[in-house]
Design a protein around this ligand. Structure first.
Ligand code: GLN
Length: 194
């Protein structure tokens, strides 16, 4: 049985757990490095990256996760999760707090505007036959994506979903709404037929 973890320090982890359940996949909340054992994949949810890095600081969670990512663990960061994965941020608003890195992108936090500027938009996603209605909430913008990355979806000319080997990052919230297809695409990577 495939088991997918969801980082549950803060943010929209419940919605991801529900989606994984709807897809018939076993899931587990991850708040400590011990919870990373025997996972087949991990989702980093949206929320508030400043809170996540503070909660994780002083623990070995990110260091252990970085090792597992380097060894090939499939990881999908959405919104604040993308901020954790980005190799570069456009500003130093997260201060000296440790992040994960691992995705060769530059990300600008909150660049799609404030909470009241939240929006949904249909995006074409590689591998999906019909557009996906994507929800953007104080979303980070992907300013550039390195040559090793593959852009899976774009909105108004900007990448909003990218993948680099086993690491995926998206600006939007694929767990909001009823559309399971992006989670299903990620699970395909784990060899799960859903
Ligand atoms: N603006 C948030 C941050 O910087 C991310 C927003 C989200 O995850 N919806 O962490």
């Amino acid at each position: 049985m495939v088991r997918v973890g969801v980082l549950a320090l803060q943010g929209a982890f419940r919605e991801h757990l529900l989606m994984l359940g709807s897809l018939g996949v076993e899931s587990r909340k991850v708040t400590r490095s011990e919870h990373l054992a025997d996972l087949d994949g991990l989702i980093l949810p949206g929320g508030e990256s400043t809170a996540m890095v503070r909660i994780a600081s002083g623990t070995d969670l990110f260091a252990r996760l970085r090792e597992l990512m380097a060894a090939g663990l499939p990881v999908f960061g959405t919104c604040a999760g993308l901020i954790l994965l980005a190799d570069r941020l456009s500003d130093d608003s997260l201060g000296g707090y440790e992040r994960l890195g691992g995705l060769d992108v530059t990300v600008a936090r909150n660049a799609y505007g404030r909470q009241r500027d939240s929006f949904t938009a249909p995006i074409d996603v590689a591998g999906l036959s019909d557009p996906f209605q994507a929800t953007f909430i104080r979303a980070p913008q992907i300013l550039d994506a390195g040559p090793g990355t593959e852009v899976l979806a774009a909105h108004e000319g900007r990448a909003v979903l990218v993948r680099q080997n086993n690491v995926w990052g998206g600006s939007f919230h694929p767990e909001l709404g009823q559309d399971l297809r992006i989670h299903a695409e990620f699970l395909h990577r784990l060899g799960v037929a859903v």
